[in-house]
Design a protein around this ligand. Structure first.
Ligand SMILES: *[C@@H]1O[C@H](CO)[C@@H](O)[C@H](O)[C@H]1NC(C)=O
Ligand SMILES: *[C@@H]1O[C@H](CO)[C@@H](O)[C@H](O)[C@H]1NC(C)=O
Ligand SMILES: *[C@@H]1O[C@H](CO)[C@@H](O)[C@H](O)[C@H]1NC(C)=O
Ligand SMILES: *[C@@H]1O[C@H](CO)[C@@H](O)[C@H](O)[C@H]1NC(C)=O
Ligand SMILES: *[C@@H]1O[C@H](CO)[C@@H](O)[C@H](O)[C@H]1NC(C)=O
Length: 510
């Protein structure tokens, strides 16, 4: 400190000349005769002064250094250039900053009191002003807003251990990776904003990876989701976006708990029915068809066409068809859930009255008439084992398909159904699989020995026995392959309703 004070004192001493520029002073001023003594005593007091190390000391250069130092101190707006000299501030001084930078001797002897150097916004060209780094004690260095090029001299910056503020923003340095340099990593990335130096190699890498890998991954993920939604679980799509009649194997698998054995309702020739619960909580009956892969592929389109017809059926005695599933792996029909009670079970387990049996018969006949009228191409399965019962006693035809079903076949089947409704169970068991034999037997006992076949559990009165007899008569007519040809469902309906009106009459009279 003392040395500077002495030097500056010495300069101030020459006040009149000092008003000249630094260049003029450097050219005109010469060391006074006692300069050697002054410097020597300075160095004795403070040996750390930079110019003290050189031997022999070049007095001329040291003198020039003092001239530049005093000018620079003044230019840097230091408050008191006589005592201390803490900052070199040449911000926004493009005219003089390069000049001061060119005085290599000044920087070589850089005053130890300088702790901050600001050379920003000076349009400095060329490579990094490495001479400034000779002031190794500085704590702040601002070179921002210049046009510096080339490499950042990390080797020369590293000795600046007290440096806490570094600003290289807005320059044109060659690319360097902050992450590669231990020194640069000490500083905030904002110090290198638009400096040419890549703030964080790592961050860029992540961004690049995100773009290169992440984007395709996101696309793949979205496509995957879409595929999953569209082809596997469309039930997760909003109702508007999907065909509510179309079910996928994945949906049915979930609904039936993986087609678990517990959910099997029944098996038949080429089909298995399951109970299931859809995602929205609707209980359904799922009928899956066990057909070979080849035939499945062949009839896929035809099957869908058929199902599109079936979902339009609307009759209180026909099971409501919700939709279908058809692809390479499976074919299935999804219908409303009615329960497990088939007419067969109902007959053997609850011994229903004649009136109830008759109601079932009429219901089935109504459904047949509806199909005959509206959908003649649909054939259905009218068997006591496949017709289901609602809790209110209404029968429901639960199995049907599109295909040629002749009228006579329908009538014949209804006839057998009617006979089965009235005869006792064990008789049907005797003729299991021999429908013709069963019909023949009933025909044989009709009318005289009817008691032999009628289910006693109905507890018929004289009146109702008569009705049952008439119904058996109608049933036999329908079941007979010859007579059924001459009948229409309409005629049978008329005959049955006549019996029905009598039931109503007896109801009123009793
Ligand atoms: C300066 O003084 C020292 C001794 O004080 C002497 O050795 C040296 O030669 C002198 N240098 C010049 C350039 O006069
Ligand atoms: C030095 O500073 C003083 C006051 O701060 C000013 O009057 C003077 O012009 C300055 N000298 C130079 C050479 O800039
Ligand atoms: C740089 O200096 C110019 C004038 O030389 C000035 O207009 C501009 O605001 C300065 N920019 C900064 C960032 O200091
Ligand atoms: C940093 O500051 C300390 C204490 O002020 C000082 O002793 C040390 O020499 C300085 N480092 C450099 C490289 O100047
Ligand atoms: C560096 O300098 C620029 C311009 O002068 C400034 O906007 C920025 O905030 C500075 N950054 C730091 C870390 O001081």
């Amino acid at each position: 400190m003392a040395s500077i004070w002495i030097i500056l004192l010495f300069i101030t001493y020459m006040e009149p000349v000092f008003s000249a520029t630094v260049v003029e002073d450097l050219a005109n001023l010469h060391p006074p005769p006692d300069f050697n003594t002054t410097i020597t005593s300075n160095c004795l007091k403070n040996p750390s002064l930079r110019y003290c190390g050189s031997s022999p000391m070049d007095l001329d250069v040291i003198f020039k250094f003092t001239i530049v130092a005093s000018h620079l101190c003044n230019e840097s707006k230091n408050p008191n250039c006589v005592e201390t000299f803490p900052k070199i501030d040449l911000r926004n001084r493009p005219k003089i900053a390069p000049l001061y930078l060119s005085f290599t001797f000044f920087w070589k002897y850089c005053p130890l009191t300088v702790i901050s150097i600001d050379l920003s916004n000076n349009s400095l060209k060329g490579t990094f002003p490495i001479d400034a780094l000779l002031c190794t004690q500085v704590q702040a260095l601002d070179f921002s807003h210049n046009v510096l090029t080339g490499d950042v001299p990390i080797q020369s910056l590293s000795p600046l251990t007290n440096l806490t503020v570094l600003n290289l923003s807005y320059n044109h340095f060659s690319e360097a990776k902050i992450s590669d340099s231990r020194f640069l990593k000490r500083f905030d990335p904002s110090c290198f904003f638009q400096s040419g130096i890549i703030p964080s190699h790592h961050r860029y890498k992540i961004k690049a990876i995100m773009l290169l890998l992440g984007f395709p991954l996101v696309v793949v993920f979205m496509v995957g989701c879409l595929w999953w939604l569209c082809f596997r679980r469309p039930d997760y799509l909003p109702g508007l976006l999907r065909n509510k009649h179309k079910f996928t194997p994945a949906m049915l698998k979930v609904a039936t708990n993986g087609f678990s054995k517990k959910n099997i309702l029944g098996k038949g020739e080429g089909f298995v029915t399951y109970r299931g619960v859809l995602r929205d909580g609707t209980q359904v009956r799922v009928e899956t068809y066990l057909d070979s892969k080849n035939s499945r592929e062949k009839c896929h389109r035809k099957y869908v066409e058929e199902c599109k017809v079936l979902v339009q059926l609307c009759h209180k005695n026909l099971v409501l068809v919700y939709g279908w599933c058809s692809n390479r792996h499976m074919r299935a029909l999804v219908t409303e859930w009615i329960g497990r009670v088939s007419v067969d079970m109902w007959l053997s387990e609850t011994s229903p009255s004649w009136k109830h049996r008759f109601k079932v018969l009429v219901g089935v006949l109504k459904a047949l008439c509806y199909l005959q009228d509206q959908w003649p191409e649909i054939c259905c399965d009218v068997k006591t084992s496949s017709v289901l019962l609602r809790e209110n006693g209404e029968p429901l035809i639960a199995r049907f398909r599109v295909g040629d079903d002749s009228n006579t076949k329908k009538i014949h089947r209804f006839g057998v159904f009617a006979l089965e409704m009235i005869t006792y169970r064990t008789l049907r068991d005797e003729f299991e699989g021999n429908e013709a034999g069963f019909v023949e037997y009933v025909k044989m006992v009709y009318p005289g020995k009817l008691q032999k076949v009628i289910d006693e559990k109905m507890k018929l009165t004289e009146n109702t026995l008569d009705q049952a007899r008439q119904t058996i008569y109608i049933g036999l007519m329908c079941a007979d392959h010859q007579t059924c040809r001459q009948l229409s469902l309409g005629q049978i309906y008329n005959m049955i309703t006549k019996v029905y009106s009598r039931i109503r009459c007896t109801n009123v009279s009793t």
